[in-house]
Structures are given as structure tokens and as C-alpha cells.
Design a protein around this ligand. Structure first.
Ligand code: NAD
Length: 334
């Protein structure tokens, strides 16, 4: 039974991935610091609901602190590390950017160091479509050069990729970065537009729209992200030491925020109020994945259409125990 250590296990993607790994017969040890970027209580509710609490051990620790993390790795001796922990989202203001440095750069360095010391065979880690800037032609290809992320968050993810490149060659590791594209679905992140929109549609709160709604995102349903990440991990396990690459996970079908508003409104109990905020200069105009490389690695695949994915999201927000907490989960996000 292959043993993996999964960071960000209480997070949106991490928790769904943990469930999948357990179903596939892997042994999983989780790590998460239950950061308060959004409600730690929500993260606990998510782990309970996915019935993960009794299925695997989760260490509550901060990856930017080397010793405790390294002790955990030493103790559980994983063969692979799946690293999905990060300060996600592009919106933290400049005065809080040290959080990105700690959670995204220092933490990644600690993982590489600990992997090396403890003879871990490889690291699968989360990168982001935010590494591409507005200059990259669509659809975004992994080999596109001249990457200029628009946000500091995007820059930290590009830095992770550069660190992986550097250390995979000089160490006996296998490394793979997954460039996720706007992941959505049940138990998603309360800071994200789709989540706030869905909550507005079934509640009383208004939705604050940044900009004119014309920016487009390659929305990717959580189950597709989990399935592809799983297959890419299995593929990574079969690569030689020193291997390093990055792979887009996205279906290449961007939709505007206005389009999303229209789709979600159809499920609403009433037409909800939309207030307009300033557009964010850190937001790329469009994201759109090329799945060419993904296909060469694990074969062609279809991604869930947004209408179907939105339907599943709305079924989830309408569950009474979820619906009654949506506002609280959004309000406790900073
Ligand atoms: P999330 O915020 O739900 O999960 C991240 C988890 O990491 C959180 O539970 C947090 O407590 C934990 N964490 C943060 N810093 C930590 C630290 N120093 N030590 C231990 N734990 C720490 O985010 P998510 O949406 O599940 O994203 C997972 C990964 O995918 C992240 O790396 C994110 O940057 C990346 N990503 C996500 C999306 C998306 O649309 N959700 C898109 C692109 C990339």
C-alpha cells in the first residue's frame, strides 16, 4: 500500500483528493494548519461531511515551521508527498503578502528539504493558472514562455515551479506541478465568486461583482480535478528520478462571470441584487487551458460541462444544513 503525506488536507481540493486516495487503497496522512483565511470551523465540517475524520490522521501544523513538519515526515515515512496547502486566492493586500511568502514559498522549500532528508520518492504539488499573465496566447500551453503573473500569488506559484525544476535535477526526486484552473463544486472556497454567487441565489445577501463581469475563467469541476490529479500521481510514480514537469488541469472552455451569474440565477429562489465594485488589476482577463499535454500523459478526457457542474453546486447549497451556514462561512472569510 503506497503511503502519501497530503498537505492542505482540510482544504477544498485536498479534502476531496484525500477521499479519492483512500478509496483507491492508498494510505494517507494529512497535514493542515487550519488557517483562518476562511472559517476553520467550515474546514472541520467539510472533513466530517466527507467522512474523513475517522479514516486518516491529520496533523495540525504549519509547514513554514520546519522542525515539527520534518518530525511528522520522519514519523510517518511517506513514499510520496502531495502538496496542496497554500495561501490560495490572489486578493491579499500588499501589507499581508508575507503570508504568501510563508505559506507558499518557505513551506514549499521545507517540503523539498524534508523530502530529501527522508528519502521521499516524489512530490506532486499544486500550481495555478495564475502563473500565466495576460500576454500568454490562449489556449494556455505549459511550454509557453515569458510568463508574467499579474498577482504576487501567481508569482509565488511560478517560484514553486522554478524551485521544483532546480531541486528535481539536483536531487533524487520526481516532481510534478498541477496548474489548476478555477476549481468549483460542493465544499468549495467561500472566498470565490461562484460560491458567493450561489449563496446569494439561495439567500438574502447581495453579490458584490468586481468589474463588469466580462473576465472569463476556465471553470473546472472538482471531480475532474481529483480524477486527473490522481491519474497524474500514478503516472509520476512511474517516472524516473530527476523527472520534473508541469501539467494544466482544465477543459479549455472559458465562461465569463456574467455567464456564470446568468446560469446560477436560473436556480435562485429570487433574482438577487448585484452591487458593482471596482475591477481588480490582479485579475487576468481570461484563463483557458490547453489539455494537449494532459492528453499525451493520461489519454483524452471530457470535462464536465458548466451547466451540469452548476446544477451539482446548487443541489449542494440547497441542503438545509449547508444553506443555513453559507452567510456565516462567507462573512468569516477575509
Ligand atoms: P484551500 O484554501 O481550500 O486549501 C488550502 C489549505 O492549506 C487550507 O486548508 C489551509 O489551512 C492550508 N494551509 C495554508 N498554509 C498552510 C501552512 N503553512 N501549513 C499547513 N497548512 C497550510 O485552497 P484550495 O482551493 O483547496 O487549493 C488547493 C491548492 O490548489 C492551493 O495550493 C491553491 O493555491 C491551488 N489552486 C487552487 C485553485 C482553485 O480554484 N481552488 C486554482 C489554482 C490553484
Amino acid at each position: 500500500m503506497t503511503k502519501i503525506l497530503l498537505t492542505g488536507a482540510a482544504g477544498f481540493i485536498g479534502s476531496h483528493f484525500a477521499k479519492k486516495m483512500l478509496q483507491e487503497g492508498f494510505s494517507v496522512v494529512g497535514v493542515d494548519k487550519f488557517s483562518n483565511y476562511y472559517s476553520p470551523e467550515y474546514k472541520k465540517a467539510r472533513l466530517n461531511s466527507l467522512e474523513l475524520t475517522n479514516q486518516f490522521e491529520i496533523y495540525n501544523l504549519d509547514l513554514s515551521n520546519f522542525e515539527p513538519f520534518n518530525n511528522a515526515v520522519e514519523k510517518c515515512k511517506p513514499e510520496y508527498i502531495v502538496h496542496f496547502a497554500a495561501q490560495a486566492g490572489i486578493r491579499l493586500p500588499l501589507e499581508r503578502s508575507d503570508i504568501y511568502v510563508n505559506d507558499n514559498i518557505l513551506s514549499f522549500l521545507n517540503i523539498i528539504k524534508s523530502a530529501q532528508i527522508n528519502n521521499v520518492k516524489g512530490i506532486l504539488y499544486a500550481s495555478s493558472s495564475s502563473v500565466y499573465g495576460d500576454e500568454t496566447p490562449t489556449p494556455f500551453k505549459e511550454k509557453a514562455g515569458n510568463l508574467n503573473p499579474k498577482s504576487f500569488y501567481g508569482l509565488t506559484k511560478l517560484m514553486n515551479e522554478k524551485m521544483a525544476e532546480l531541486f528535481a535535477h539536483s536531487n533524487s526526486l520526481r516532481m510534478r506541478g498541477l496548474r489548476f484552473f478555477t476549481v468549483y463544486g460542493p465544499w468549495g472556497r467561500p472566498d470565490m465568486a461562484y460560491f458567493r454567487l450561489a449563496a446569494s441565489a439561495v439567500g438574502k445577501s447581495k453579490f458584490e461583482l468586481f468589474g463588469d463581469g466580462s473576465i472569463q475563467r476556465d471553470f473546472t469541476y472538482i471531480d475532474d480535478v481529483v480524477q486527473n490529479s490522481f491519474e497524474l500521481l500514478v503516472n509520476l510514480i512511474n517516472q524516473k528520478t530527476g523527472f520534473n514537469d508541469v501539467v494544466n488541469i482544465g477543459g479549455g472552455q472559458p465562461h465569463s462571470i456574467n455567464d456564470l451569474i446568468e446560469k446560477i440565477t436560473q436556480y435562485g429562489e429570487r433574482k438577487f441584487e448585484i452591487s458593482s465594485g471596482k475591477s481588480n488589476l490582479l485579475d487576468a482577463k481570461i484563463t483557458m487551458a490547453s489539455d494537449e499535454y494532459l492528453t499525451t500523459l493520461i489519454g483524452g478526457r471530457t470535462f464536465k460541462k458548466i451547466d451540469e457542474g452548476v446544477g451539482e453546486l446548487m443541489n449542494w447549497v440547497n441542503i438545509p444544513e449547508i444553506k443555513s451556514h453559507l452567510k456565516e462561512w462567507i462573512d468569516t472569510t477575509y
